[in-house]
Design a protein around this ligand. Structure first.
Ligand SMILES: Cc1ncc(C[n+]2csc(CCOP(=O)(O)OP(=O)(O)O)c2C)c(N)n1
Ligand SMILES: [Mg+2]
Length: 107
């Protein structure tokens, strides 16, 4: 949000939050937000960005969402070079469902 503030883009930013603890992100950011199905935020963000190329579009995804169920959507969005920002919240667990192990990415 600090970056959006600095850019002065509050009214031109659309965030995408999927299933997981990030599902309530719209409660914490005073910008337009869209819910995505589990793991599908990069696909939805792709559609939003292609519809409104002048908007700043980002996703806010946990590791269970991004790196487990959403691996394909994430890799393919990156491979296509979509002009979106993907924010990866890597807490190592599926927090929302009780702490099962999530894929751990490092490097
Ligand atoms: C299609 C589907 N599969 C499984 C679930 C159950 N589910 C809800 S949240 C979640 C994992 C969330 O983990 P993560 O993305 O790491 O978010 P965190 O809560 O850790 O921030 C799962 C598997 C679901 N809601 N929908
Ligand atoms: Mg997690």
């Amino acid at each position: 949000m600090e970056v959006i503030d600095e850019l002065g883009k509050e009214n031109e930013t659309i965030g995408v939050a999927p299933v997981g603890c990030s599902v309530l992100a719209y409660e914490f950011m005073d910008i337009d937000m869209q819910e995505a199905a589990h793991g599908r935020a990069p696909a939805l963000a792709t559609a939003i960005k292609r519809l409104w190329p002048d908007k700043v579009v980002f996703t806010y995804q946990g590791d269970g969402d991004l790196a487990a169920i959403g691996t394909a959507e994430t890799i393919h969005a990156c491979n296509r070079g979509e002009k979106i920002v993907i924010i990866f919240i890597n807490n190592g667990i599926y927090g929302m469902t009780g702490g099962q192990m999530a894929p751990i990415l490092s490097g």
